[in-house]
Design a protein around this ligand. Structure first.
Ligand code: NAD
Ligand code: ZN
Ligand code: ZN
Length: 364
């Protein structure tokens, strides 16, 4: 039962995606084949196309922010069955390794941070195109109409969930929202600064608002992002280009001693340092969310940390995705947050490169 379907394949770094007919092999034991119904485009997918995401072998099918329906399951799969709605998770949870056994950890030693996920756990691929093996990305590869992933990287969600909306919970929304809720633990009445207002940064704004922040300063060089940021809860919007002095000084002056929580959702060394310096020097917490190019380094004045600040990073907002994504979907259905406001365009898979052009132009 090989399925032939369309997929967007990245044949080499630096090239646009090409829409191809691919063959998707049936799931092996412990694997699930999913019909992908909708997928978002996250900046991280662009990092792959640029060749700046570590440990990615080409050709590869990117995409990691999707939602779909289980088509078939391999031997031994018990947690999902054909017809179930699911979100593939880019941070798996095997339930057995030392990270999985630690309740404070949100991912598994089988994730891409410990070992490449260009092939499924048995070191083979389920994708072929024109006789060539195509690599998986983070095991999820949602830019294919069908994909095969290990059962422990699948989260079953409510059958009532609209897949074209909740796909955002597979990465961008959950990352930004969780950065505020889990990583920073934003308190009611606090002040926040969010650097970068893409899908991730805007989701941080939503998280800060839901957590009860009284002031949310949203920062981006693209002022077209400000209207949406305000709609989602930002109280002040700043472009660093409007000031002669560094933006961290502007934020510090605006708030007296810096914000309680700052977030970097861009992925540049300079803005990471600016975000760190924008939170108050003693109890401030800065959460790094943006993904810097592999190999980049940061140098900072150690006093920034010595005076008491906390600087931390987060992957996927700290959620243990397999357990938490279904709960986030329930919160979405209960209208606890409105992630639909993050959707700017809906395109067919054939226009995936146009989607990337929109992302690069900041129109997302
Ligand atoms: P995006 O490209 O949509 O948004 C980035 C925003 O930053 C844009 O609005 C852009 O105008 C703005 N920006 C760029 N340079 C700037 C500067 N110098 N000063 C101020 N603003 C600037 O990206 P996204 O999809 O929202 O993702 C944001 C980052 O988060 C990316 O680096 C992505 O790889 C990363 N990411 C990390 C995780 C994680 O688990 N930690 C998950 C998803 C995405
Ligand atoms: Zn992502
Ligand atoms: Zn594990």
């Amino acid at each position: 039962q090989v399925i032939r379907c369309r997929a967007a394949v990245a044949w080499a770094a630096g090239k646009p995606l090409s829409l191809e007919e691919v063959e998707v092999a049936p799931p092996k034991p412990g694997e699930v084949r999913i019909k992908v119904v909708a997928t978002g485009i996250c900046r991280t997918d662009d990092h792959i196309l640029e060749g700046s995401f570590p440990d990615v072998d080409f050709p590869v099918i990117p995409g990691h922010e999707g939602a779909g329906i289980v088509e078939s399951v391999g031997v031994g799969v018990t947690s999902v069955k054909p017809g179930d709605k699911v979100i593939p998770v880019s941070l798996p949870h095997c339930g057995e390794c030392s990270f999985c056994l630690n309740p404070e950890s949100n991912y598994c030693l089988k994730s891409h941070l410990s070992e490449p996920q260009n092939l499924l756990p048995d070191k083979t691929s389920r994708f072929t195109c024109k006789g060539k093996q195509i690599h998986h990305f983070l095991w999820v590869s949602t830019f294919s109409e069908y994909t095969v992933i290990p059962e422990y990287a699948v989260a079953k969600i409510d059958a009532a969930a609209p897949l074209d909306k909740v796909c955002l919970l597979g990465c961008g929304f959950s990352t930004g929202y969780g950065a505020a809720i889990n990583a920073a633990k934003v308190k009611p009445g606090s002040t926040c600064a969010v650097f970068g207002l893409g899908g991730v940064g805007l989701s941080v704004v939503i998280g800060c608002k839901v957590a009860g922040a009284s002031r949310i300063i949203a920062i981006d060089i693209n002022k077209d992002k400000f209207a949406k940021a305000k709609e989602l809860g930002a109280t002040d919007c700043l472009s660093p280009r409007d000031f002669k002095k560094p933006i961290q000084e502007v934020v510090t002056e605006m708030t007296g001693h810096g914000v309680d929580y700052s977030f970097e959702a861009i992925g540049l060394a300079d803005t990471m340092i600016a975000a760190l310096a924008s939170c108050n020097m003693n109890t401030g917490v800065c959460v790094m969310v943006g993904l810097a190019d592999s190999g980049s380094l940061i140098s900072i004045d150690p006093m920034l940390l010595l005076s008491g600040r906390t600087w931390k990073g987060t992957l996927l907002g700290g959620w243990n995705m397999r357990d938490c994504i279904p709960k986030l979907v329930s919160s979405y259905l209960e209208k606890k947050f409105n992630s639909d406001l993050l959707i700017t365009h809906t395109l067919p898979i054939a226009k995936v490169n146009e989607g990337f052009e929109l992302l690069r132009a900041g129109k997302r």
